[in-house]
Design a protein around this ligand. Sequence first.
Ligand SMILES: [Zn+2]
Length: 328
Amino acid sequence: MNYVVFDLEWNQPVDGKSFSDRKLPFEIIEIGAVKLDESREKIAEFSEVIRPQVYKELNIHIRKILNTSMAELMRGGTFYKIMERFRKWYGNEIIFCTWGTQDLTELQRNMAFYRMEPLSRSPILFLNVQKMFAVHMGEPDRVYNLESAVDEAGIEKDIPFHRAFSDAYYTAKILKLMNDDELKAGITYDLYHIPLNEASEISIYDNGQSYFVSRGYERRDSITGSRDIMAVKCEKCGGAILRKSVNWFSNNSKNYYSAAICREHGPIKSRLRIRHHDSGLYFAEKFTEYTTKEEVHELRERKRLLKEKSESPSSAPINEDKLIQEDA
Ligand SMILES: [Zn+2]
């Protein structure tokens, strides 16, 4: 299996008032990639600019950071042609690796815009090198930009940043430094396509943490009414459903929180997001992990404080069977 580390540059409408195609908020104007073998040694390179077909002027912010001009882009091939070439170049039995989580989604969105055969019709597993690097640095929640990561890692900056190829090149160098645990920490699912049915729902458990992605539902309350989705489970007890010690509540973000205590394995907390997919369906993402009594206590306090302030309806605590908040 090879690693395909890629990076995209994209363009947007020149300003907020200009024409913007809802189906293509980001038009890809460059693809750069490095292919690595199993021991993460470089075996091939890919770099192509793409001739814009939707937004024919460079957005000012993009013009500022990107080392390119419209004249250069106009010499490129169409997205369709370059994408076909890219697919042929990377071949089969690969795993995609990117800096952050956005590239694979935008790649698929651009492919759909041009009605290309999709990469997949279900979630795609890929490696988020940005996440790995944060874990590597002992700050798993920090969001590093690529250049500061390259500095921190002491990697020589021998080509300029902010071209698709150079960003893929540096991402590949960082990937090379990661140990097996860090690699694992980068495992992510791209949810441009959500699970089609119950059988293809994502449910993984590793090292005290579990991650679940539901299939899509027409109605939001099909999710909040699902005993299974809304359960806090102890995986060490074979997925036993626990009685909650803190029932679901939201702090007015997109996240809901709850906690429970397993008599044998201790406190467990869950975070749930209900997301609205491009298709119009709702789906849930749930993260569950073992935690401390202190954190459960903190969650309970946060819920109590929110309840006190509940004259603001958006921050009102919610019942498990009556989640009413919409995604912003
Ligand atoms: Zn247990």
